[in-house]
Design a protein around this ligand. Structure first.
Ligand code: F0G
Length: 459
């Protein structure tokens, strides 16, 4: 049993076969990890080992930005690994966005996950998650989603025909780019009257009662795939470790996966130090921020204070507080991976910040103006980096990597509203959310169908 599932609760640590389909630890209810008996596995001696796969890209597993790191997520036999060409992403340095953030040395890097087949980082996890689904013979898979997970699941299921996809979304809660993908790829799409938190709770019940395979980030195999985002960042930096990784936080799968990647790379002696981690909430969906900064919730060697979390959610329910942000991808108040994220923050000396709607849309416009289209949630990373540079937490000369989690075309309404195309749209998406200015708007210009008037605009 070289790969197995292990309960993250240090007082339990129960282990289970990879062939078991579990959502949480059956003994104590905590989250599960995929773990490995590394000493029985062929672990590379250095990260440069992976460079040999670049020359063998005709093998789809070497082409995959997930599976070319397969020795670091060795839970599946190669012949079962699912790939649709995920992970062809780039890390690009952006001097201009760096300046916006307040950095002096141009060491701001953007990891563009929007280049994935379904347009978001979710494909990294879905390649690994559907692989596990295939290993256990799943015939149908489900997820709750703010949009990108559903798009990704729908794509993997339609491209591979391995299983049927059923996606649960909050009614009226997801951006049309994402909804259109789920529909186009043929997923059974269930709009629950409620938000993501409602859908997430329900889909767990559905999985429990119907036996459908669950592909939310609660699924630890999905997070194995998402570790590779960090491997590709390091690869792009020629295996140098950046000072900071800045990532938007929603359901906290990514931050959890990144932490696990660095914990394992350190344990395997493949890196000497981990970068610091900054997780950025939207101000309208700030449970992690409040729990971490106001309530002082910590990993605490795995003994996370559950009473604090319970009290926090009870208060949230009493106030009937619902997540609300233009960054609809991270419009989540009950992140399922909370404890794993705390572990990542602990290992990576992390910080948590929240950013306003105004900060998000301005950062998004700056990212767009400099050649990277991203959706609002992704821009929270750059807005968060700016805040942390302003605070002096991130040094102006440090090397920072912001993860752009999803493509710009996922949510064109948010972009078009910002650039002032339509008053009604502006009000709906921005004005009603307290965005008062659009300093980086690139307004379209109307003109009569008259060549002289058109030419006059060329100046
Ligand atoms: N950015 C984008 C574009 C996302 O779609 C998500 C999550 C996040 C950031 C947050 O990542 O959950 O790992 O903290 N979207 C999920 C979904 C919840 O259903 O598509 P996280």
């Amino acid at each position: 049993m070289r790969a197995f599932q292990r309960c993250v609760n240090p007082n339990c640590q129960a282990t289970f076969d990879v062939a078991e389909v579990l959502r949480r630890c059956p003994r104590c209810g905590a989250l599960l990890d995929v773990d490995y008996e590394w000493d029985k596995l062929p672990v590379p001696k250095s990260l440069a080992h992976f460079e040999r796969y670049w020359a063998e890209r005709s093998n789809p597993l070497n082409f995959s930005g997930v599976w070319r790191f397969r020795e670091l997520l060795p839970f599946a036999p190669e012949e079962l690994c699912v790939t649709v060409g995920e992970g062809q992403t780039i890390l690009r340095q952006s001097e201009e966005v760096g300046k916006y953030v307040g950095m002096t040395t141009g060491e701001l890097h953007l990891q563009y996950e929007g280049l994935n087949p379904s347009g978001s980082f979710k494909d990294n996890g879905m390649a690994a998650g559907t692989t596990h689904g295939r290993m256990v013979g799943a015939t149908s898979a489900a997820c709750a989603s703010t949009g990108n997970t559903s798009a990704s699941l729908a794509l993997y299921c339609s491209a591979t025909r391995l299983m049927k996809s059923i996606v649960f979304v909050g009614s009226g809660k997801i951006a049309y780019g994402k909804l259109s993908q789920a529909l186009d790829y043929g997923a059974r799409t269930v709009q629950i009257q409620g938000d993501f938190d409602d859908a997430m709770a329900r889909v767990q019940e559905v999985a429990q009662r119907s036996g459908v395979y669950l592909l939310n980030s609660l699924n630890p195999f999905r997070l194995e795939g998402q570790k590779t985002i960090m491997f590709r960042v390091l690869e792009a930096l020629r295996w140098e470790i950046p000072d900071w990784i800045v990532v938007p936080g929603g359901n906290l799968g990514n931050s959890s996966a990144f932490g696990k990647a660095f914990i394992e790379l350190t344990k395997l002696g493949l890196i000497k130090r981990a970068p610091r981690l900054a997780v950025i909430n939207a101000a309208g969906a700030d449970s992690l921020y409040r729990l971490y900064n106001d309530e002082g919730l910590r990993w605490n060697g795995g003994n996370v204070d559950q009473t604090k979390i319970d009290a926090f959610y009870a208060q949230m329910d009493r106030e009937n507080r619902r997540a609300h942000t233009i960054a609809s991808a991270i419009e989540i108040n009950r992140p399922v991976n909370l404890t794993k994220c705390l572990r990542a923050l602990d290992f990576c000396d992390g910080v948590v910040r929240k950013v306003s709607e105004q900060e998000i849309v301005d950062a998004k416009a700056q990212i767009g103006a400099n050649g990277f289209g991203c959706e609002p949630a992704s821009a929270a990373s750059v807005a968060g980096a700016k805040r942390l540079v302003d605070e002096g937490v991130i040094g102006k000369d440090e090397r920072v990597v912001c993860i752009l989690t999803g493509h710009q075309l996922k949510d064109p309404n948010a972009t078009v509203a910002y650039h002032g195309v339509d008053r009604e749209l502006y009000e709906k998406y921005l004005g009603s959310r307290g965005v008062e200015q659009t300093p980086f708007a690139n307004r379209p210009v109307g003109v009569e169908n008259d060549i002289e008037k058109i030419l006059a605009l060329m100046k």
